[in-house]
Design a protein around this ligand. Sequence first.
Ligand code: NDP
Length: 443
Amino acid sequence: MLLEEVLHDIKEKDAEQKEFIQAVEEVFGSLEVLDKRHPEYAKNGIYQRIIEPERIIIFRIPWLDDKGEVQVNRGYRVQFNSALGPYKGGLRFHESVNLGIIKFLAFEQIFKNALTGLMMGGAKGGSDFNPKGKSDNEIMRFCQSFMSELYRHIGPHLDIPAGDIGVGAREIGYLFGQYKRLQNEFSGALTGKGINYGGSLVRKEATGYGLIYFMERYLQDYNLSLKDKKIIISGSGNVALYALQKASSMGAKVIAMSDSDGYIYDENGIDFDTIRTIKEIDRKRIKEYANTVNSALYHPVTKDIWKIKCDIALPCATQNEIDADGAKALLANGVIAVGEGANMPCNKEAVSIFMENGILYAPGKASNAGGVAVSGLEMSQDAIFKPSSFDEVDSQLKKIMENIYENIKVRAQEYGKDGDLLAGANIEGFIKVADAMLAQGIV
Ligand code: NDP
């Protein structure tokens, strides 16, 4: 079947899964040039097969809250594609989670994982559970119930989940404990584990650091650098915090960050230790930063963050957080580069505005691949029971991000799309997966 026919079909079949359709359109939108040179993909049904998950698991998660009342959430694991290796991708705990969101994330993950050059297929999972305001015990009971079903579908050679929104070191610890108990086996079936029980150094920092390594290499090609640049980072979770730390260490000034309630602005540059303590250790709202630091202001509308004048914008919170209005505001204020730390944070209109106006645009499936890359390194360390040092992992991460940049740049040039990293990333990721699928027959 031809590319446009497959797209038409999926739009009808999965019409209610709008984020998934958006992600498929984004990838397929870059493949026309590829289709002409590789008729074997259409002939072998690659387009039809690649948008259909190999397996979807949906399950009930009953748990008891602190009042002793029964709560029930819905769990998902979408094992999308295993052509390149065991399924790999994070778990998201957020009230907005539904099948369409998990499918979009898993679909993105297939190509992102391919770009890292490591042996990983694509998957994603999660639940509509909202961890905010829950006690530690409630989080633990929920994680144990979630894993009581998931454990039978995962394993170090089968499917290796990790964190995402709402799933950090604490949740991975509880999930791992329950997995180990049920499976009666200590193995690397999850990544993002604590350093003292099989986790990798730099995993926590990897997505944020990787984004900054990618952006620095990208800017270098245009005789620019992060030094002295004013940066806005949305979100204040795992990705955002470590992007802040690395960008600051390279001489940039991060002047604004957000959470889902609002944003903070600090013209002196946001202090990493202060915000890390507030968000990662005390688990408080970002408003607390403005209560702690005199030079900081708090504004209670998250989306207004894009109206602040900056040189570089790094959306690191969630999907579709920059729309056409956000993109126009950034443009009017002279932004020179946008790098996606989150998955699909810029909607289609926003991406078009950036590309049509010569803004350097780094697509998330390339620029945020650092997290899963270090997860891949954690899997290797677990397999041989030998941890690597911080510097070893960090230098491998930097090399992987620079390689991703080079590979997608060259791929874009090869297909007449010079400077279009989105096309380069989609084509490069797709070819790797499609060729492996061709070699493995109609499965
Ligand atoms: P965290 O849960 O650690 O942090 C998420 C941050 O984004 C929080 O500040 C949160 O604010 C904010 N946020 C979440 N949802 C919304 C929303 N609907 N509107 C506004 N703000 C929101 O998640 P991560 O940092 O791990 O993930 C952030 C993004 O990066 C996601 O898109 C994720 O898929 C992507 N990503 C993560 C990787 C990783 O290694 N962790 C790897 C690659 C991509 P609040 O606390 O108020 O909810």
